[in-house]
Design a binder for this molecule. Structure first.
Ligand code: C2E
Ligand code: CA
Ligand code: CA
Length: 657
């Protein structure tokens, strides 16, 4: 029976749980009312036919029907207080359909019996009772049309058929009316049910739409406060958190760290944005691990990060320890796509309320302290002090001016002669960058080169200066070499040697005339990469000089490992080699070391005859310094070479000084 019912269910697809529950809710309201109507109807019909028909028919059947009706009504009444599951509901509905069929069979059959027993006039009122009773039930069963159809079939049809087949015209017309009304009810049942379904459907769609909108809003909220690349909180989250912090009463102590990655741009340029992104993600995850539990980490954009720590007064040491750890952890190499990247972080620290009274000042002061950390040599932290402000404002102005002048030709090469001591002739020149500023103020490379490095523009500057060197030196004697300084940062570019060669090839300039000056710092951060680039440069025919020897973290190992041709003794040792015993011993040792490694030695910063004589006695091959000439323009170099084609012997003989 249940299978049959399932197969004749009005909806072909399995009704949704929500639909079932709605059907049930509607029936729970209507069915007790339906049973009440039926009960009244049965009682009245019993009373109306009392005495006219056998006792069993006017009392027995209605009594039995009423008992069933009462039981069913009580059952539905009880269900009002039960929370039904969709499965329960399915069972209830099937039960209702079966009961509707059985009760209407009994009711319709009883009506039909009464009809045949009663006299003509009574049979019309009996059929009306039956008809009205069954129709009222159909209305109450609108939410369950199958039950309604069965009530029409079994409850209404028996009397209607009797009316239609009777030979009396008036009874036939009543039957015909019943039939028409029954058909109308049938149609109403089916349309009201599909309306019911539609309402539910649109309500479900609306709810789903609302849910989607709510989820989208939540997502937008998350996005507004998260950095999509690293998943860290963003600048907006930081400003809002700081705002809540600074408004607290009594005020809490907050440490704000502004963190800027050093040399990140080099990685990005050399290895592409994909590698850069992965590096930023790796940095973010180290940051998160370190500050977890003690504070929060943020990415403010680019390679800028921030950390907030909420610490009780007197916990300064804990803040410093965290900053130390951050510096250390970020200086440890990152392995991305098989490459080891060495970067570092400069951290500025500012405290609320000690260093700033509000959020903006707190952020600004942490920024200032961060620039201070960078200017002190990077990979360190620095706590804000009021005196820092002016210095850093100056640096910011300088950076803006450098960027504005960068591709305008304002950066150009000057050349300082390097003299061979045994021949007394110019062996070549060192190219040194100069900045021609519109305001005429001289700003030397010691100031602008670190900023250009920081801006990630040093590679571009070197190549454009090299291009100019090729043009300038094209007309100078072929045996003159030009020394070009290579910044340690450029060794992060795996294509460095190819880029240099491309310039030389384009200009038709022999690579044998180029000597590259490298400081020891270039060899420290990533010796393997540096070695590869250096070997490739050597293979192109360029010579290599180790610059500023003695000032960096020298390692004899570097000298032995790498194919250097020259060693440049730093001017801090050369300056007083003639008067200071310690300097003398140092320079002697350096020259001996170079000798044993078969490298030639260039002494820089030679300003006096006496220094020059001492160096000559020690066996130094080449010298460079104001004694022989300051860095000068290409036109001045051409002038000297024209006037004194044999080169110069000594400062006194140098007509351009
Ligand atoms: P450096 O490579 O050690 O260059 C030598 C510096 O010593 C130059 O300073 C030069 O003018 C100066 N100098 C030369 N002779 C004497 C002397 O007799 N006495 C004294 N006191 N100084 C002398 P400059 O031109 O200011 O350059 C400073 C540094 O800037 C350079 O040091 C080099 O590290 C860097 N630099 C300059 N141009 C470039 C460049 O094109 N690329 C890169 N990466 N660095 C550059
Ligand atoms: Ca140099
Ligand atoms: Ca030098």
């Amino acid at each position: 029976m249940f299978e049959w019912l399932s197969s004749v269910r009005p909806h072909t697809a399995r009704p949704s749980d929500e639909f079932l529950l709605e059907q049930y809710a509607s029936l729970r309201r209507q069915i007790p009312l339906m049973y009440a109507l039926m009960f009244i109807n049965v009682v009245f019909l019993g009373i109306a036919t009392f005495r006219d028909v056998p006792w069993g028919m006017s009392f027995g059947i209605p009594a039995a029907l009423s008992a069933v009706i009462i039981v069913r009504a009580l059952l539905w009444f009880r269900r009002r207080s039960i929370v039904a599951t969709p499965r329960d509901v399915q069972l209830y509905l099937r039960g209702t359909i079966v009961t509707a069929a059985l009760l209407s069979m009994v009711f319709g059959g009883w009506g039909s019996l009464l009809f045949s027993e009663a006299e003509h006039i009574r049979s019309v009122s009996i059929s009306l009772y039956v008809f009205v009773g069954a129709i009222s039930c159909c209305f109450c069963l609108q939410a369950l049309p199958m039950a309604g159809y069965l009530v029409l079939l079994f409850g209404v049809m028996p009397v209607t058929i009797r009316l239609l087949v009777s030979s009396d015209w008036s009874l036939f017309s009543v039957g015909a009316n019943f039939l028409i009304v029954a058909l109308l009810i049938l149609r109403t049942l089916s349309t009201s049910h599909s309306g019911f379904k539609q309402v539910l459907q649109s309500r479900a769609t609306m709810l789903a739409e609302q849910e989607r909108a709510r989820a989208a809003e939540q997502k937008a909220q998350v996005l507004a406060y998260r950095d999509p690349l690293t998943g860290l909180a963003n600048r907006r989250a930081l400003t809002e958190r700081l705002d809540t912090f600074v408004r607290r009463d009594p005020p809490a102590q907050i440490y704000l760290f502004m963190l800027d990655l050093d040399m990140f741009k080099g990685v990005n340029d050399a290895h592409g944005h994909g590698a850069g992104d992965r590096l930023l993600q790796a940095v973010a995850s180290r940051l998160k691990t370190i500050v977890e539990g003690v504070g929060h980490a943020y990415r403010l954009g680019g390679d800028e990060f921030a950390v907030t720590l909420e610490l009780a007064m007197g916990q300064h040491a804990a803040a410093v320890a965290t900053a130390d750890r951050l510096v250390q952890e970020i200086a440890a190499p990152f392995r991305i796509d098989g490459f080891l990247h060495h970067i570092s972080a400069s951290i500025g620290i500012s405290r609320f309320p000690a260093d700033a009274s509000g959020r903006e000042a707190l952020m600004q002061h942490a920024d200032i302290a961060m620039y201070n950390a960078k200017s002190l040599g990077r990979s360190r932290h620095s706590s804000f002090e009021p005196s820092m402000g002016a210095e850093l404002a100056e640096r910011a102005v300088l950076e803006r001016e450098i960027r504005a002048d960068f591709r305008t030709g304002a950066f150009h090469p000057h050349y300082q002669p390097i003299v061979n001591l045994s021949s007394g002739c110019i062996a070549g020149f060192e190219m040194l960058a100069r900045w021609a500023r519109a305001d005429g103020v001289t700003i030397g490379p010691n100031q602008f080169i670190p900023i250009i490095e920081e801006c990630g523009l040093i590679g571009e500057l070197m190549l454009s200066l090299l291009e100019q060197v090729c043009i300038d030196a094209a007309s100078w004697p072929n045996e003159l070499t030009i020394a070009v300084n290579v910044s340690p940062i450029q060794f992060r570019d795996p294509w460095l040697s190819e880029k240099i060669l491309a310039v030389l090839t384009r200009q038709g300039f022999s690579s044998r005339r180029i000597s590259l000056e490298i400081t020891e710092n270039a060899l420290i951060s990533d010796p393997v990469a540096a070695q590869r680039i250096i070997e490739s440069l050597k293979n192109q025919g360029m010579s290599l000089a180790l610059d500023d020897f003695g000032t960096g973290y020298s390692s004899i190992q570097h000298l032995r490992m790498l194919p250097f041709d020259k060693l440049k003794v730093d001017r801090s040792f050369v300056r007083n080699v003639d008067t200071d015993d310690a300097a003398y011993r140092m320079v002697t040792a350096m020259i001996r070391l170079a000798d044993s490694l078969q490298l030639s030695v260039v002494a820089e910063g030679v300003e006096s005859r006496s220094v020059c004589d001492t160096l000559q006695r020690l066996g130094c091959q080449e010298v460079q310094g104001y004694l022989f000439g300051e860095p000068m323009s290409a036109a001045d170099v051409s002038g000297i070479l024209r006037d004194s084609p044999q080169g110069i012997r000594q400062r006194e003989a140098a007509p351009w000084r």
